[in-house]
Design a protein around this ligand. Structure first.
Ligand SMILES: Nc1ncnc2c1ncn2[C@@H]1O[C@H](COP(=O)(O)OP(=O)(O)OP(=O)(O)O)[C@@H](O)[C@H]1O
Ligand code: NA
Length: 923
């Protein structure tokens, strides 16, 4: 430091510089590592595509595609490269990115284009990287990847033109760059909380300057080295140096923990929001349930009910027993039993109006002998279940198509707003075209050609199956003459005048974790809503099974058909006492209305989604969560988080993790602020202690101040950022996201504890100087040691030890804002010695405290270092003062915490639970 001179001052200056440098370097290294982790985690969420390689479909990341790969496209996929289509069905692609055209463009593999300068928008047999498939399916050969693609060229172009800006342009862009750099140095970029904390840090910086001015004024602006140094150190005490670094590290650790819990964060702001959500709106299929459907019941009009029991290997067509109207039934009998001929049309329909593939993968360990491997399936769970059903009677799609007389001619894809699909097959020999359709009852019944009487027969069966929690699909067919084939491309024509072949009831068991996860949400003050495409009765049955609906408290408004919900005006929705818990037959637009309704009620919501049409709802929700397995790229792109296991329980774990993260940020913030306030109180009041020459005698030397702030405090803060979740983390209501980190509790507590600590330091100084030392403040004791400084140097060491130790116990006290340090976590650590287990659980914090404690002694006792660098000296009886202060401080903090618990103030609410020998807690 330029301010120090002479050998002794040189040592002091060197140590100060080293401490500051170490802090900066550590901060940078950690920050850098955190950024890197974050980047690698983000890349986890990048979409991968299905590619045909070596005769197998493989999942490959876009950057690993090579020219010549064959890529499969389905609705919702973001095209990973420029592709020449090989095969396509009803393909439509949104190319707005390239062409500016807002209406999706129809594509067709069979079109051959001639001519050279065809604009991109007209190249109908090509699809381009970064555009999205809005409808249909296709496969195509990779023609260009990366920067060679059309978007890549645009990107390259933009980059070039950015570099060649000239004149005034260069000038403004330079300033913009500097501005951005400045902002990021100040931490004004990032999540709302990061920005808030950075602004707060800047505020403290202002305060630090002010305090430095106060210090100089108190010394009447006689600015010799020591005063300037002291002023700077007071400022250092106030500036929370480690705040931003600790914040970044804590967030990175949190992001990593979430990724391990199957939640990948795509937008950092969601990380803060997830801990404060009040409502979770979840899909049913695959999220609350396993998404592994089995066809449980098949009903054929005038024939009867076929049921499948005990199928455990749901993909194996030979597993489980069949019964016809409760009579055991042998699958091989289908041909011989005349009654069962009636099943054929239904089975053919479910097999052929279906894109799922169910097959037995071959174990090819040895090339010559390949044994049949496990059953596997690709496709939509509903369709897989139906395919397996057909295969039980050896009438799977593959078998039927191999017979050679059927070929697909027209298909109208499943659409979650229409809730049905249809496919037409031409029969080569009979000269007719057969239409197969399947879908939800509401979607199929209106397009049937049946009498009201027949309709009335179907309804009760439908209702019965649905109330058993089964997803009921109606299967219908019709045949038209070959001449009408072309007319089938009109969806309305194809899907009309159908004959009902039967109903299939599919069962999708709830995930085993769901019930507990839902209970946990309810305990944590979070409402769970089920938004499903399924029938009202099906949805109700499942909702009751997983605990979302409680039969005893259920009202007529808890369960609603989306249709009825959509019919309400916003005012009517707002006047409902509660929003529905189950919304059945939900379409993507209903999700948006639900999110908006929740917003108007001041709620913070999670919305899950998987389809292309879910994107608006995912964007609107406070936290949009997309399914990683069954979700489309479009949904993932719109979402804030992606669930890699599609599991509802993972959302709940993410909430827990979010709450923990928020708690920990509050904890280290609390610690940093207590440390700041105590030092400000101590250092400012102590300016009043003047020696014989009229100079203020510093109760802490500059290096002591630096040491406490940069060595002791930083590690404690980092340790607090790594705290485990508090015992009650999921048994308290969500915090208010509008308030953010600076709650009244935080502000009040830090003031109080900071004052306790500051006053105790001051009292210790006074006791040593004026109690035992007769108020002898010596001469020039800020500069260096001389005989008159004996008392002051002992007092400083005492204050240093008191401050250090108080900060160490504060780190433990702020583990919980209202629970006693001696009874922190009776759930995880029951028993009398719970304090030791609770304190040793967080290893990093434990070692930070132990190291902080141990290092105090060499700092005080090592000769020369103590008197020359730290400007204090070894103490004896003063340890009694240190110990007394410590006991006093703990007593004061504990007293305040017990007041909070007794009167239910802030986090003290409901914290009266005590140790229960059975390990359970009453809250
Ligand atoms: N492949 C399909 N073919 C025909 N109909 C289908 C198909 N898949 C689903 N359905 C029908 O459409 C309804 C709604 O399905 P949708 O896919 O919108 O819901 P989901 O997303 O599977 O369910 P959830 O919303 O509970 O997650 C289903 O209840 C079913 O009746
Ligand atoms: Na500080």
């Amino acid at each position: 430091m330029a301010l120090s001179y002479g050998t002794l001052d040189f040592i002091e200056g060197a140590v100060i510089s080293a401490v500051i440098l170490l802090n900066i370097v550590l901060g940078f290294v950690q920050d850098f590592r955190a950024e890197k982790t974050m980047k690698s985690l983000l890349s986890l969420a990048a979409p991968s595509s299905h590619v045909l390689r070596n005769g197998k479909i493989e999942s490959i990341k876009a950057e690993n595609l090579v020219v010549g790969d064959i890529v499969k496209l389905t609705t919702g996929i973001i095209v990973p490269a420029d592709l020449r289509l090989v095969e396509s069905a009803n393909l439509e692609v949104d190319e707005a990115l390239l062409t500016g055209e807002s209406v999706p463009a129809a594509k067709d593999a069979t079109t051959i284009l001639s001519g050279e300068d065809i604009p991109i928008g007209d190249r109908v047999n090509m699809v381009y990287s970064a555009t999205t498939v809005t409808r249909g399916r296709a496969s195509g050969i990779v023609a260009a990847t990366g920067m060679q693609t059309e978007v890549g060229k645009i990107a390259a172009h933009l980059k070039d033109s950015g570099d060649t800006t000239t004149g005034s342009n260069w000038f403004t862009s330079f300033f913009k760059k500097v501005g951005r750099g400045f902002k990021s140095v100040l931490g004004l970029v990032g999540t709302p909380m990061q920005v808030k904390l950075s602004k707060f840090a800047i505020l403290l910086f202002g305060l630090a300057v002010l305090l430095a001015i106060i210090v100089f004024s108190a010394n009447e602006w006689r600015l010799h080295n020591e005063v300037v140094l002291y002023g700077i150190c007071v400022a250092v005490a106030v500036i929370p140096e480690s705040l931003i670094a600790v914040m970044t590290i804590t967030i990175a650790v949190g992001v990593k923990a979430m990724a391990l819990g199957n939640v990948v964060i795509r937008r950092m702001a969601a990380l803060e929001a997830i801990g404060g959500v009040t409502n979770i709106c979840s899909d049913k299929t695959g999220t609350l349930t396993q998404g592994k459907m089995v066809a449980h019941k098949v009903w054929i009009p005038h024939v009867g009910m076929l049921s499948v029991q005990g199928a455990t290997h749901i993909l194996d067509p030979a597993d489980g027993q069949l019964a016809m109207d409760d009579e055991p039934f042998d699958r091989l009998d289908l041909a011989s039993q005349p009654k069962c001929q009636a099943f054929k049309p239904l089975l053919d329909a479910v097999a052929l109006c279906n894109f799922a593939q169910v097959f037995r993968a071959k174990n090819t360990i040895d090339e010559k002998v390949s044994t049949p491997g496990d059953w596997t399936a690709i496709g939509d769970p509903t369709e897989i279940a139906l395919q397996v059903l057909a295969m039980r009677f050896s009438r799977g799609k593959e078998t039927l198509l191999n017979q050679g007389h059927l070929s697909a001619v027209v298909e109208h894809q499943f659409d979650s707003s229409l809730k049905r699909m249809s496919m037409a097959y031409k029969h080569e020999t009979k000269g007719e075209v057969i239409v197969f359709a399947k879908g939800a009852s509401e979607a199929i019944l209106p397009i049937l050609n049946i009498s009201d009487k027949e309709r009335n027969e179907i309804e009760p069966v439908l209702e019965k199956l649905a109330s058993e929690g089964l997803r009921v699909l109606c299967i219908a067919t019709k045949s038209v003459s070959e001449k009408q084939e072309h007319a089938l491309s009109d969806r309305a024509f194809m899907e009309s005048g159908l004959k009902l072949e039967g109903l299939v009831g599919l069962y999708d068991p709830p995930r085993t974790e769901t019930l507990d996860a839902v209970k946990k949400c309810h305990g944590a003050g979070i409402m769970v809503h089920m938004l499903t495409g399924d029938h009202l009765s099906t949805a109700t049955a499942i909702a009751q099974k997983v605990g979302i609906l409680d039969i005893s408290t259920q009202t007529s408004q808890s369960v609603m058909r989306a249709q009825d919900f959509d019919a309400l005006t916003d005012e009517q929705i707002d006047s409902l006492p509660n929003l529905p818990v189950v919304l059945a037959r939900c379409s993507p637009s209903t999700k948006v209305r639900m999110v908006d309704a929740l917003k108007r009620r001041g709620a913070f919501s999670v919305m899950t989604g998987d389809g292309v049409n879910d994107a608006p709802a995912l964007k609107r929700a406070d936290v949009g969560i997309a399914m990683g397995i069954n979700g489309t790229d479009v949904a993932k792109d719109a979402a804030d988080m992606v669930l890699t296991d599609d599991n509802f329980a993972s959302i709940v774990r993410a909430v827990e993790e979010g709450r923990r993260l928020f708690d920990n940020i509050q904890k280290f913030l609390m610690h940093l602020l207590i440390s700041n306030i105590s030092q400000v109180i101590l250092l400012l009041i102590a300016l009043a202690f003047k020696d014989n020459t009229g100079n203020s005698v510093f109760p802490l030397s500059p290096l002591e101040i630096l040491w406490v702030n940069m060595v002791t405090s930083s590690f404690l803060a980092l340790g607090l950022g790594m705290e485990e979740a508090q015992a009650d983390i999921m048994v308290r209501p969500p915090r208010d996201l509008r308030v953010g980190v600076f709650t009244w509790e935080l502000i009040c507590d830090k003031m109080l504890y900071g004052t306790f600590a500051g006053v105790l330091c001051l009292v210790s100084f006074i006791v040593v100087v004026f109690g035992a030392g007769n108020g002898n403040l010596g001469e020039d004791c800020n500069e260096a040691f001389n005989e008159t400084c004996n008392v002051v140097f002992r007092a400083r060491a005492t204050v240093f030890a008191v401050l250090s130790f108080l900060l160490l116990v504060t780190a433990w006290e702020v583990k919980h804002f209202s629970r006693s340090l001696f009874n922190l976590d009776p759930v995880r650590f029951p028993g009398r010695l719970s304090i030791f287990k609770a304190l040793t659980y967080n290893r990093f914090l434990l070692w930070a405290v132990v190291a902080g404690f141990v290092i105090t002694f060499p700092v005080i006792y090592i000769p020369v270092i103590n008197t020359v660098v730290f400007k204090h000296q070894g103490i004896g009886w003063e340890w009694g003062v240190v110990f007394g202060s410590l006991v006093c401080y703990i007593a004061l903090v504990e007293a305040w915490k017990s007041i909070k618990r007794r009167f239910g103030i802030w986090s003290g609410k409901g914290q009266t639970f005590s140790i229960d020998p059975r390990g359970s807690t009453t809250v």
